[in-house]
Write a protein that binds this ligand. Structure first.
Ligand SMILES: Cc1cc2nc3c(=O)[nH]c(=O)nc-3n(C[C@H](O)[C@H](O)[C@H](O)COP(=O)(O)O)c2cc1C
Length: 372
């Protein structure tokens, strides 16, 4: 493939009024490098500087907790307090030095939160036992739900105040917003459960309150599961309707992922993407949503080669998001821009998680072992 064939991927595009210099997004990535309270650290400044310098137009932060009991991992970023704003402003500055953009992904892990990390009980839409949860969570009260909606909005406001370029609400992968959307997980019988419109209410309220907090011009986006891949879970037709409703309400872009840790084999982070046929494993869902909305759709999941990227863009998806390839090779986008169109060398072994679980932060263990 010649440089010319990937030309469109290096043309600018927009999310809302925000211009992006090319079509490459770093998908949200927990890096295990944040401080104990969720604050930005020097290690993260270095990581983001490398990514931004490597040519990625838009960097989505790791999932960032909006409330302390919503944490899942050590080293997870937080934006639940005003004092986290200043170090985040440093991160935004570092990214902007390279004409790259920074979105903060906001999350509450709900029943997937880890009491050993947060010191607090895990809470979810319903107190059920499910493979998604390590233990049965407590059911959220209506007062707690309203408080969490407010916390999402406050965190979005802090992201804006810190100089970040946008916010992504994490509505995928079986975390709290996704738990509310899923009929397999949400068994509530009040206004936040039951019918599709009720299960959508938590996301809707989080979005509307966040919008009120940040104003009309600030990009507000979501990452959502096309499908849950759970028995009686969220299905694509319902996701399409949710996306249409959110677009009417002023959503700026949609990143389409799928599944959760309980949905094997169709999970968010699928291993062994070592052949072209395995690439872009949520593209069909992204295309279905793309056909139903006018705002930009971002596809993520196993995208490894310029050839696949060209096909994706030609089919009407303006932006592609990558995670593991940029852990292995943060300069990948520049390499492609300079005309070396060989695919990412990432085989998706998922070894990058291991050092982060040990408290050392993510890194590609495969390239390390090749160097030794
Ligand atoms: C180390 C690691 C951390 C991740 N952290 C997040 C996260 O914080 N939020 C999120 O939405 N997805 C997260 N993901 C999933 C990625 O954003 C992406 O959806 C998935 O890895 C598929 O893309 P890829 O094949 O390019 O890696 C993570 C994946 C990895 C490997």
């Amino acid at each position: 493939m010649s440089k010319n064939e990937l030309k469109t991927a290096f043309t600018p595009t927009f999310i809302g009024n925000l211009e992006l210099k090319n079509r490459f997004v770093r998908s949200a990535t927990w890096d295990g490098m944040a401080g104990n309270k969720g604050e930005v650290t020097p290690e993260q400044l270095h990581l983001y500087q490398t990514l931004a310098g490597g040519g990625t137009a838009l960097i989505t932060s790791g999932y960032t907790f909006v409330s302390p009991e919503g944490r899942q991992h050590h080293g997870q970023a937080g934006l639940d307090q005003d004092r986290l704003l200043e170090p985040l402003a440093e991160l935004a500055k570092v990214v902007h030095q390279h004409r790259s953009r920074l979105f903060i992904q906001l999350v509450h892990c709900g029943g997937q939160a880890n009491p050993r990390v947060s010191g607090l009980p895990a809470k979810a839409p319903s107190a059920i036992n499910h493979p998604l949860f390590a233990q049965q969570p407590t059911e959220l009260t209506l007062v707690e739900i309203k408080n969490l909606i407010h916390r999402f909005a406050l965190a979005a406001g802090r992201a804006k105040e810190a100089g970040c370029d946008g916010v992504q609400l994490h509505a995928a992968h079986g975390y709290l917003i996704s738990q509310f959307l899923s009929p397999a997980i949400n068994k509530r019988q009040d206004d936040f459960g039951g019918s599709p419109i009720n299960r959508f209410r938590f996301l809707r309220e989080c979005f509307l309150h966040a919008r009120e907090q940040v104003g009309g011009d600030f990009p507000l986006t979501i990452k959502i599961n096309g499908q849950d891949y759970l028995e009686n879970g969220l299905i694509l037709d319902e996701t399409v309707e949710i996306c249409q409703r959110l677009e009417e309400m002023g959503l700026d872009a949609i990143e389409v992922s799928g599944g959760s840790k309980a949905s094997s084999p169709k999970q968010p982070v699928i291993r062994k993407i070592d052949q072209p046929e395995k690439e872009a494993y949520f593209l069909d869902e992204a295309l279905a949503i793309r056909r139903a909305v006018g705002i930009p759709v971002i596809t993520v999941g196993g995208i490894r080669s310029p050839k696949t990227i060209r096909t994706i863009i030609n089919r009407g998806i303006p932006l592609v998001a990558l995670c593991r390839p940029l852990i292995m090779e943060p300069e990948l986008i520049n390499r492609w821009h300079e005309g070396d169109a060989s695919p990412s060398c990432c085989t998706s072994c998922n070894g990058c998680f291991k050092p982060a679980w040990k408290g050392e932060g993510i890194r590609c263990v495969r390239s390390e072992s090749e160097e030794n």
